[in-house]
Design a binder for this molecule. Structure first.
Ligand code: IDP
Ligand code: MG
Length: 160
């Protein structure tokens, strides 16, 4: 019974979600947090933070060779960001769907970028692209004591 139950739940994942400086400047923090909160994922970390250049470069190290890399680093360090850790079964892929395509003009209506942005260079939000990167990015942006384990009161109303 127990192994079957555990298998049916699937793997609990973590993802790193960040409201980028344009999202903070445009007053979209509450709106963006709300999308993940309403979906039913669990918030385990949250802070407003001015990102130093070396952290931005480490976060986006896979894009170092891209022509837009210097502008990307300027963008991410141009003002405070809101850092979030979210947890749940399937949260990584689901968050990417909620966020929408990298280019906001290609992002479907109903997604965060599809509803709230018009250009790739100002696409308001970041989401990890794999469970491995979710863990890596949360460890990069948060101290261990900033991540909270708790049981939401709504848990039995989200999963049978
Ligand atoms: P993602 O954020 O949808 O995962 P990535 O390809 O990982 O997209 O790129 C990371 C970020 O780099 C994008 O969200 C966007 O802010 C920026 N970026 C990606 N491609 C371009 C581009 O062609 N011009 C300007 N900025 C870009
Ligand atoms: Mg990416």
């Amino acid at each position: 019974f127990l192994p079957h139950l555990i298998a049916s739940l699937g793997e609990i994942e973590q993802t790193y979600i960040m409201v980028k400086p344009d999202g903070v400047q445009r007053g979209l923090v509450g709106e963006i947090i709300s999308r993940f909160e309403k979906k039913g994922f669990k918030l385990t970390g949250l802070k407003l933070f001015q990102c130093p250049k070396d952290l931005a470069e480490e976060h986006y190290k896979d894009l170092k060779a891209k022509p837009f890399f210097p502008k990307l680093i300027d963008y991410i360090t141009s003002g405070p960001v809101v850092c979030m850790a979210w947890e749940g079964v399937g949260v990584v892929a689901s968050a990417r769907k909620l966020i929408g395509s990298t280019d906001p003009l290609q992002a479907e209506p109903g997604t965060i970028r599809g509803d709230l942005a018009v250009q790739t260079g100002r696409n308001v939000v970041h989401g990890s692209d794999s469970p491995e990167n979710g863990k890596r990015e949360i460890a990069l942006w948060f101290n261990e004591n900033e991540i909270n384990q708790w049981t939401p009161a709504q848990a039995p109303w989200l999963r049978e």
